[in-house]
Design a protein around this ligand. Structure first.
Ligand code: TXE
Length: 483
């Protein structure tokens, strides 16, 4: 018990427990051990944090864009110095492999601040000339930004929102997932370390109903940026709409990976495996339905299963590990329930389907599932159309491009997808017909931070990324001066 970390809220530059002094236990996904306590904050803590954010708003808004870009640069530098610590904490808190935590989570968190600092320096307001007048567009802060983030990529996704929100002059109340609080606290430490003015960044820990919901409905919160499940997103949208808050929702996905008959399997298999199982399949962009041209169905399965069976599942702190644990017992049970359902729906489990064999004793109470590949399901079955969000993919044959597109569009989600082919032009044409916000051809999660990021259908509302983030986190005001 003495090793259990005690985390606090960070409000107006002060570290404090929740006013009700209740706590939530934070559990290590890899071992099932109790590793931390976080404040179980309520509406009273949210009120305090919003007040602090309002108090800090004027001073922060008065800084120039370039001055705020300098702040982002300072934050990036301080985070970079703690990159190893970020990776360790993220791996402990999420159960993900340390290499992934280092190369993706820690690296991207630093890069997010650097990228938006650069965007701030390059940003130019538009001028629209008329024959007798000049229009000048100003980008003002929206006000207090409520940022709610999930557990799969904790600091990566939080920094993706914090950086542009700060750049455009907003002050922040952040509510990270109760399951992965560690690196959000580290970010607050960094804000303190660099002397960010008090109240500009406030952090309130707690669960969704007690702390998240009062943030989304708070009358003085002007904007909500939310990443999480579609069901929660619907609640957030209802709650935020009554106050006409600016709203961005990045929700779930059920993305298709389309393998055309001309694919060069040997060179593309590693990318397809990565798209299927990165972060144990717990990335909203993961390709959880693989659609394969019928002429190469069997050879694809052989090559894919070969590569999947080589994946190293186990100790997240081991440099060779490729797959770690799932986030929680409840989530593991949810994913297992889908695997059971797949069998009921007539699916054939080609590999995986349960805890990995031979997992060391230290991890026997953790939440593990081996990479699982399921064949033989109808493309409109529940397992093939609902978000499972785990290391599970289903395989489906198609006869031609139009059938692949039809199957790809057979879900209520529309976040991402990928197409694998030697004919990049045909892949690109096909991508236009897929109902998703982002499609990759011959790659996956190949991110240019300048491009729009977001989904259609039940995968969300709005776009973030590059100038879309700058626009979302600001109010464009036009001033027309007649000569
Ligand atoms: O997400 P939640 P969970 C999907 C995935 C997963 C499912 C549920 O399918 O199985 O969502 O995951 C806060 N008002 N994704 O339970 O509940 C919550 O505290 C305001 C996809 O973790 O949506 C956390 O901070 N906030 C996703 C955040 O919302 C509320 C990544 C996300 O939690 C709230 C994660 C409420 N009423 C899960 N209820 C992606 N798109 O990347 C909860 N929260």
């Amino acid at each position: 018990m003495s090793d259990v970390i005690q985390l606090s809220n960070f409000i107006a530059g002060n570290w404090q427990p929740s006013l009700c002094e209740h706590w939530i236990e934070n559990i290590s996904p890899a071992t099932g051990e109790h590793i931390a306590n976080i404040p179980c904050s309520t509406d009273e803590d949210i009120d305090l944090a919003v007040e602090a954010a309002i108090d800090a708003a004027d001073e922060w808004a008065q800084l120039s864009l370039k001055e705020r870009a300098d702040w982002l640069e300072r934050i990036a530098g301080a985070l970079e110095e703690r990159a190893d610590e970020i990776a360790q904490l993220e791996s402990l808190d999420t159960g993900k492999p340390i290499t992934l935590a280092r190369n993706v989570d820690a690296a991207r968190s630093v890069a997010n601040f650097r990228f938006f600092a650069e965007q701030g320096r390059e940003f130019e307001s538009e001028i629209f000339e008329m024959s007798d007048a000049t229009n000048r567009v100003l980008y003002k802060p929206v006000g207090v930004a409520g940022l709610i983030t999930p557990w799969n990529l904790p600091l990566y996704l939080l920094s993706w929102k914090v950086a542009p929100a700060l750049l455009m002059g907003n002050t922040i109340v952040a509510k990270p997932s109760e399951m992965t609080p560690m690196t959000a606290s580290l970010l607050a430490e960094v804000m303190e370390e660099v002397d960010l003015p008090r109240g500009v960044f406030n952090l309130v820990h707690g669960n969704g109903l007690d702390a998240g919901a009062p943030l989304t409905s708070h009358p003085d919160v002007d904007l909500i940026s939310f990443t999480g499940g579609t069901t929660t997103g619907r609640e957030v949208a209802k709650s935020a709409s009554s106050g006409f808050k600016k709203l961005s929702l990045e929700l779930g996905g059920k993305n298709a990976t389309i393998i055309r008959e001309d694919v060069d399997l040997e060179s593309m298999i590693p990318g397809i495996v990565r798209a299927s199982f990165l972060n144990q399949g717990q990335v909203c962009l993961c390709g959880s339905r693989i659609l394969i041209h019928e002429s190469i169905y069997d050879s694809f399965i052989d090559a894919f299963l070969n590569a999947v069976s080589d994946m190293i599942v186990g100790d997240p702190s081991d440099e060779d590990t490729e797959l770690g644990a799932l986030i929680s017992a409840a989530h593991r049970d949810k994913v297992m329930a889908y695997i059971d359902l797949a069998e009921e729906e007539g699916g054939d489990i080609l590999c995986g389907g349960g805890a990995p064999v031979g997992i060391p004793d230290a991890f026997e109470h953790g939440f593990w599932i081996s990479p699982t590949v399921i064949d033989g399901l109808s493309p409109d079955s529940r397992c093939a159309t609902e978000e499972i969000f785990g290391p599970v993919v289903t395989l489906h044959p198609f006869a031609d491009d139009s059938e692949a597109i039809e199957i790809a569009n057979m879900t209520d989600y529309g976040l991402a997808g990928s197409i694998w082919t030697q004919d990049a032009e045909a892949g690109s044409q096909m991508a236009e017909k897929i109902e998703s916000g982002m499609i990759w051809v011959n790659c996956w999660l190949h991110r240019d931070l300048r491009v729009p990021f977001g989904g259609v259908k039940n995968s969300g509302v709005g776009r973030e990324g590059g100038r879309w983030s700058l626009s979302f986190f600001s109010e464009a005001i036009n001033i027309c001066v007649k000569r």
